[in-house]
Design a protein around this ligand. Structure first.
Ligand code: GYE
Length: 342
């Protein structure tokens, strides 16, 4: 029997036991047993995927979760075991271990931060379970610990924001001015925080008159974004630009800035550069409150299903799949507003 067949069998056994525990419809009656048999047969062919999601910190994240849930349905041939790690790496490690002991066919996870995954990924490898990284990356010595990664080029996103500012200052004839910049960072040590910071800094470092006054983490949430922005506004009088590493923190930052009596926008006191481009943020781009929003596409479920399909057919997959993304400003946003579902 092939290795795969073995794991499928393990999987079928798991599904049967799940049915027995959740059915509640009397396993003693022969009708119920017959039904369970039918389910058992139906479920035995499903591809079992354990998905450890980071949490639900942002609009981006909840959209990403829904996108995976909508792609990996029973109708499409999947049995999805979903786990929400509530922002904690230890919860993700526990979830991964539980997927391993359940002998799932694939482990999919979006690592909250990049370091500290080697041991649990070794365990997955020993169990023969392929690991697919979604959205965020891991920092491991041995890249063969994961099969593939599907996500965004976060560094390029950071560069796009930097390049936009570069162009904007040129057109506004402000190239010689001192530009005071605040970085509202996402979860420290996460791929989007690291990538967007280093990409932006690559551009910022070309200009001696761009000054990074402060960098602080707002953990990708509205509440933290607002709180950190309030502290920054108390401390610094002269702020020209806030680079906020996701839209949720941007929403919080705008509240804090406006409550402090300052204004946002090209004609206001502070220029806001944001990431993700969720619908509510695009509205603020149109209103002129967010100067530029670099898109990060959360709808990764369909790509994930495609990649799993390839692996199921025994096809070779790439080590990385990068999703295409745009940059939104007041000038181009209106065409995209109506098609946004999140
Ligand atoms: O920008 C943010 C979310 O990892 C790209 O995580 C993702 C980021 C996204 O919480 O909104």
């Amino acid at each position: 029997m092939s290795k795969n067949g073995w794991y499928r069998l393990g999987t079928a056994a798991l599904l049967v036991s799940l049915l027995v525990f959740t059915c509640g419809c009397g396993i003693f009656s022969s009708v119920a047993v017959g039904e369970a048999d039918a389910h058992e047969e139906e479920n035995a062919n499903l591809v079992v995927v354990g998905f450890s999601q980071i949490g639900s910190e942002s609009v981006w994240r909840t959209t990403n979760t829904v996108s995976v849930q909508e792609a990996l349905t029973k109708e499409n041939g999947y049995f999805l075991i979903f786990n929400n790690a509530r922002q904690k790496q230890e919860n993700q490690i526990k979830a991964l271990r539980s997927f391993i002991s359940q002998r799932v066919d694939y482990i999919v996870f979006s690592p909250v931060t990049e370091n500290g995954w080697d041991t649990v990924l070794e365990e997955a490898r020993e169990a023969g379970i392929p690991v697919i990284l979604l959205d965020r990356m891991v920092n491991v010595e041995d890249a063969s610990l994961y099969t593939t990664w599907i996500g965004s080029d976060m560094e390029e996103e950071g560069r796009k924001a930097g390049r936009w500012l570069e162009q904007y200052l040129k057109i506004a004839n402000r190239q010689k001015e001192d530009i005071n910049i605040i970085m509202l960072q996402g979860t420290l040590g996460s791929s989007p925080q690291r990538g967007r910071s280093s990409g932006f800094m690559e551009i910022a470092n070309k200009y001696i008159n761009w000054h990074i006054l402060d960098q602080r983490s707002g953990d990708f949430t509205i509440a933290k974004g607002k709180e950190v922005m309030e502290q920054i506004l108390e401390r610094y009088e002269d702020i020209d630009v806030v680079v906020s590493q996701n839209d949720d923190m941007t929403f919080g930052a705008i509240e804090a800035i406006e409550e402090s009596g300052r204004s946002v926008g090209r004609d206001g006191d502070i220029l806001l550069l944001s990431f993700d481009a969720v619908r509510d943020a695009l509205r603020l781009v149109e209103e002129g409150k967010i100067a530029v929003d670099v898109e990060c596409n959360p709808e990764q479920g369909k790509y994930l299903a495609e990649v799993i399909g390839m692996l199921e057919r025994g096809e070779k997959v790439e080590k990385a799949y990068v999703v295409e993304e745009r940059v939104f400003t007041k000038e181009n946003v209106s065409g995209y507003m109506n098609s946004r579902t999140y």
